[in-house]
Structure formats: structure tokens, C-alpha cells
Write a protein that binds this ligand. Structure first.
Ligand code: KG4
Ligand code: ZN
Length: 339
């Protein structure tokens, strides 16, 4: 089965061709980082306009790279939500039009479910139930994934997502956008124990997250000690230490809660997916904590952590196998929130 995946839920316009849910034939991502950087975050209207410009060339490139004529596609899969509604509509309209014109089945994919499917793109087989930490700019949640069955939500953030906290921290420190990757890079030369930031564990046994307190703690720190990046001064602390300490508090909560979920569900496999799963410190700590527990860790390649269309095509293949195509493709709509 040859699937075209299309993704446009936020600030990446992406298309990919994947065979049978795992064999990647092409993978094209047009990133809008340079468009949104001056604003320190995604500007929805600009994102929609850029998607309009990029969507057809990106799809054409994906077909060209895979050397697949569009007539040979078996399924078209597209992200339906959650995400920015204007951005989602661009990918959805392009995918719908292609499906209708070519007479191909169309499948609407949930963006979080697509991230979960990036866990299946590695070399190690994943056909048993596993705990999945979905950690991105918009979401932070733990799921018990039962391949081929319903997933169970174990816990999720009650306020900010982990990626959102990193992005807001980077904006506060004038480090640029997207903040997670910048903080990751700076932290390599920093001391993670230099400063203590609050770690919100919430109620005992809770698998929910909260990252709004740590953001306020950082704002208070900067108010007290000044921001070296904004005034060009070095200040009383090293920015690298601040970044590493802030990142450490987030990573430790993510790791502890994920390990808690593994223990309480009794599974032997765990996956981390989403943009923040590209974080070097998170990956390192996950390797450490799963190794001594003899739990198998599944981490997508870095390029499959941040938004891409390979994961959409992979998820689309599985959704199509389970539920078939959407019956009335012209009525498929985009949804900004999808529980
Ligand atoms: O999955 P994604 O590309 O888009 C959403 O679905 O939100 O995730 C984007 C998020 C952003 O918050 C970005 O700062 C974060 O992933 N991110 C990282 C790294 N690379 C991207 N966070 C920490 N370390 C990274 N290396
Ligand atoms: Zn995403």
C-alpha cells in the first residue's frame, strides 16, 4: 500500500510517501522557522499563507523524490487536527482535492496519533502494549498504546505543554524560536544543578503534568538577576547554566512520570515522541532509566520527532486498515481541538 501523507497543522508544510506504514520512500519538510522567528512564536495567519504557497510544490517534490506517479498512490492521509485551523485547512483542501480528482481513498489523521506512529518507524518491532510519552509544543501526555486497539490516556498537562514552556523560556531570554532546540544546544555547556527550578509532581500517583509554575519561576529569576541576552551583559550567572537548570527540571518530571507510568501499567516497552523527544538530555536520561529497569526504549530518529508527514502516512495506513477511508471525503473537516 503506497500512502501519501500530508501535514500542515502548525509551522511545517510536509508531504511524504510511505509504503506499508514503515518503508519511507520520500520525506519533504518545508519549515517556516525563518518566517516566525522575528515574532518569537508562530503567527497563525502567516503560517496559513506560507502553507498555501508551499503545499503543492512540497507534495510534487515528495512524489518526485519517491519516483511515484500520483496515479500509483493507494491512499491519501492528511492531518485533520488538532492544530491551527487555517493551517490545517490548507493541507486538508489539497489532500481532498487530490483524492477527489484521482479517485483515491482519503483518511483523516489525528496529529497526536501521527506522532505516536513515529515510534513504529524504528528498527525494533513494536507490537506489544507500550507507554508513550507524547511531548511537543502543544501537548504533553502519557498514553498506554495497544497496537491495533484503543489507546488509553494515562495523564496529560493541566496547563502548558513542555515544548511551550521551553519556547516561552527562550522568548523571555531572547534566545530565538523555536526555543526547545536552542535551550537544548545551550544546555550542553551548562551545569544542570546550578539553579533549582520547581518540579510539579501534583498529587501522589498523578500522571498529569503542570509546566506553568516553572515559567513563572524563570520570569522571577530574570527579574531578580537580569537577562544577559537582552542587555548584552554577562550578568551574575552563565546563560548556559540557567538553560541547563531550567531544562533539567522539565526533563526530570517527564522522565519520572513516564517511569511511573511504566511501573503502574506493568509494560516492558516505552516510546517518546513529538518535538521535545528530540531533546538530547531527555533522550540520555530515558536511556539511563530504562536500561536498569530492563525496559525497551523506542525513540524515533530526530527528523521524525518534530512535525513531518512520514508519521502522518504511517498513521494513515493503520487508520485505513482499521476503519477504512472516510465515507464522504468532501465532508471531512479540520478540527482545531480533538480530544
Ligand atoms: O511536534 P512538534 O514539531 O510540533 C507540535 O506538534 O507542537 O514540536 C515542536 C516543539 C517546540 O516546542 C520546540 O521548541 C520543541 O518541540 N523542540 C525541542 C527540540 N526540538 C524541538 N525541545 C527540546 N529540545 C529539542 N531539541
Ligand atoms: Zn507535532
Amino acid at each position: 500500500m503506497i500512502v501519501l501523507g500530508v501535514e500542515s497543522s502548525c509551522d511545517e508544510t510536509a508531504a511524504a510517501i510511505v509504503e506499508d506504514g514503515t518503508r519511507v520512500l520520500s520525506d519533504v519538510v518545508f519549515s517556516q522557522i525563518s518566517v516566525h522567528s522575528p515574532y518569537g512564536g508562530v503567527v497563525p495567519e502567516l503560517a496559513s499563507r506560507k502553507h498555501v504557497e508551499a503545499i503543492l510544490p512540497v507534495i510534487a517534490k515528495a512524489l518526485e523524490d519517491a519516483r511515484i506517479p500520483k496515479e500509483r498512490l493507494d491512499i491519501i492521509a492528511v492531518t485533520r487536527g488538532p492544530g491551527l485551523i487555517g493551517a490545517l485547512l490548507v493541507g486538508l483542501c489539497a489532500a481532498k482535492s487530490m483524492a477527489w480528482a484521482l479517485g483515491k481513498p482519503l483518511v483523516g489523521v489525528n496529529h497526536l496519533e501521527a506522532h505516536m506512529h513515529s515510534a513504529f518507524l524504528g528498527n525494533s518491532p513494536l507490537d506489544r502494549p507500550f507507554v508513550c510519552l507524547v511531548v511537543s509544543g502543544g501537548h504533553t501526555a502519557l498514553y498506554l498504546v495497544n497496537p491495533g486497539k484503543e489507546n488509553r490516556l494515562l495523564g496529560c498537562t493541566r496547563d502548558d505543554a513542555a515544548g511551550e514552556a521551553l519556547d516561552k523560556a527562550a522568548k523571555l531570554l531572547n534566545l530565538g524560536y523555536p526555543g526547545g532546540a536552542v535551550i537544548d544546544r545551550l544546555s550542553v555547556d551548562g551545569n544542570p544543578a546550578a539553579f533549582q527550578f520547581p518540579k510539579a509532581y501534583l498529587e501522589k500517583e498523578s500522571l498529569d503534568f503542570s509546566f506553568s509554575g516553572i515559567k513563572t519561576a524563570l520570569a522571577n529569576f530574570v527579574r531578580r538577576h537580569g537577562s544577559p541576552a537582552s542587555d548584552g551583559q554577562k550578568g551574575a550567572y552563565r546563560l548556559e547554566d540557567l538553560a541547563a537548570s531550567f531544562q533539567e527540571a522539565i526533563v526530570e518530571v517527564l522522565v519520572d512520570k513516564t517511569m511511573h507510568a511504566v511501573e503502574s501499567t506493568g509494560v516492558n516497552d516505552v516510546a517518546i515522541v513529538g518535538g521535545v523527544a528530540a531533546n538530547g538530555r531527555l533522550r540520555y536520561r530515558m536511556v539511563e532509566e530504562t536500561a536498569w529497569r530492563r525496559v525497551t526504549l523506542h525513540m524515533p530518529l530526530l527528523r521524525f520527532c518534530t512535525d513531518n508527514a512520514v508519521m502522518v502516512a504511517a498513521a494513515g495506513y493503520h487508520v485505513w486498515n482499521r476503519f477504512g477511508p472516510c465515507e464522504n471525503l468532501l465532508e471531512l473537516d479540520a478540527v482545531s481541538r480533538w480530544t
